[in-house]
Design a protein around this ligand. Sequence first.
Ligand code: KG4
Ligand code: ZN
Length: 344
Amino acid sequence: MSSARPPSERHLPRYILGIDTSCDDTGVGLVELAADGSVQVRANRVWSQTVHAQYGGVMPELASREHVERIDAVLEAALAEAGLTVADIGVVTATSGPGLVGALLVGLMYGKGLAQALDVPFYAAHHLEGHIFAAASEAELQAPYLALVVSGGHTHLFDVPREGDYVLVGATRDDAAGEAFDKIARLAGLGYPGGPAISEAARRGDPDAVPFKEPLRGQKGFDFSFSGLKTAALLAHKAGAKPEDLAAGFERAAVRFLVGTTLRAAQAQGRETVVVSGGVAANRALREAFAASPVRAVFPGAGLNTDNGAMIALAGAAALRAGRAPSPLSEGAVAYAPLANVPA
Ligand code: KG4
Ligand code: ZN
């Protein structure tokens, strides 16, 4: 079977296709891998499903169906953006987990089929590794570094002592960071997705109007928790707090907590570089706080923070450069797939 053949080091394929259908975004991206090993995003197309808005949450069955309906068009748009044809694709990468199994299966099967039809290698990618490698669009990622993945479904802090070695040093005990932004935005009537809405409203608000206590204050570890901030927001909302004041207070507290915890971990692990990725990494206040900190913070480029296919292609490029063997076509989709098995 051709896709089980490891690509030769001397002939690293030039164009890598990346597909992500882990949740409600149909993402297809193309990355160019140059002979010197440098990578460049050539296309990044995402179809964000809108059918779920009326239900107030992602409906898994509808997500799968919509991926099936849209994926051809998203691939065509990505190829057009890059000025390429399917025949130019040298490697196919698709997310196999974690995520909604039915949704994942669409992109995974599509990717495997394409790889087989084109007779090129196929790599299954981990969604969180994709988020981390999204930052490779901006800077050469060289271990060791610390990686904070903050999205609607994840709040994970990994230490990466060596390439491909992920040690979980902290995670959320309740809601993911993006989930907290979304829930507080909904509570305050600021709309969806909540992250950008909170950020925008916060600019008009007074961060001192509503008191938000620092979560897990005094902890020795590097965990996260957002339920306390959510409760504080709910109580303040019931007491008549203005939405923009809630937004400003919550955003400042969340950013201080995320940055403070990450900086403590960086110091404890002796890391100078911190990769910050996932949807919440688009947050301006978070970026400013990291930029003003003593670590070298690396963020994904524009359009690469939230779920997309280009980040999966970037993870594929890293796998190729590391000489990793292609995935067997028997590889299935998995709802839960820890990136690091042993919590520190
Ligand atoms: O990575 P992503 O697209 O999906 C998951 O894999 O979960 O992240 C989406 C999350 C949403 O919760 C959204 O509110 C949040 O990222 N987000 C933001 C911002 N932009 C998106 N949160 C804070 N500030 C933003 N500017
Ligand atoms: Zn994601």
